[in-house]
Design a protein around this ligand. Structure first.
Ligand code: 5RP
Length: 220
């Protein structure tokens, strides 16, 4: 079974968590692309979606799913998104696709966050995947110097602009055992818009596609 087949399996399993008649929060990435295709099979039963990126909005609309602005909706019952890494607290690293800020906003607004991934994404310690940090462009060098003081190795993501017209610094070299503390410290650096640690608002459930079928993981 390929990683993509595992992603697809987890994505279709997420349909069981969708409340019909409501607005579904939709993340970004290759796993979420499968979820959008799955959502299209029940599109007559949902009101529509709120989307975390321009690319997901286009895929949703191509399927004929109505996309609302988050400000137009009073409730997002469920948010479904992928991750680059998860630990067993369901603290996540996200932002490999650069959509972390809008993803974090919808995750915060949602009642329930269902994370979908292939089995390789569950790790013992977060940080092997470089941690994305979205920054206002003029603050890039300053933020990078502050991250070096914190022991990280910042790498500017070349030729990439976010949907919010900002840039990304990917931070290598951290073993992240205190994710909530690090998430807050990074947020406190002036110029940082968002960082890719989803620990203050972790996933509520993790669906992992695997050879043995979809595994459902709750925070330990
Ligand atoms: C995008 C993300 C994605 O959820 C993350 O990068 C996982 O992507 P994929 O589903 O392609 O493995 O955070 O900003």
């Amino acid at each position: 079974m390929t990683a993509d087949e595992m992603k697809k399996q987890a994505a279709y399993a997420a349909l069981e968590h969708i409340d019909t008649d409501g607005v579904v929060g939709v993340g970004t990435g290759s796993t979420v692309n499968h979820f959008i295709d799955a959502l299209a099979t029940i599109k007559g039963k949902i009101e529509g979606a709120v989307s975390s990126s321009i690319v997901s909005t286009k895929r949703l609309e191509d399927h004929g799913i109505k996309v609302f602005d988050l400000n137009e909706v009073s409730k997002v019952a469920v948010y479904v998104d992928g991750a680059d890494e998860s630990d067993d607290n369901l603290h996540l690293i996200k932002g490999g696709g650069g959509a972390l800020t809008r993803e974090k906003i919808i995750a915060a607004a949602a009642d329930k966050f269902v994370c979908i991934a292939d089995a390789s994404k569950l790790v013992g310690v977060l940080g092997k995947f470089p941690l994305p940090v979205e920054v206002v462009p003029m603050s890039r060098s300053y933020v990078a110097r502050e991250i070096v003081k914190m022991g990280g190795q910042p790498v500017y993501r070349e030729n990439f602009i976010t949907d919010n017209s900002n840039v990304i610094i990917d931070v290598h070299g951290w073993d992240i055992t205190e994710a909530i503390k690090l998430e807050k410290e990074l947020n406190n650096i002036v110029g940082v818009v968002t960082n890719g640690l989803f620990a203050m608002r972790p996933a509520d459930v993790l669906l992992l596609g695997s050879e043995e079928g979809t595994k459902t993981v709750y925070a330990k």
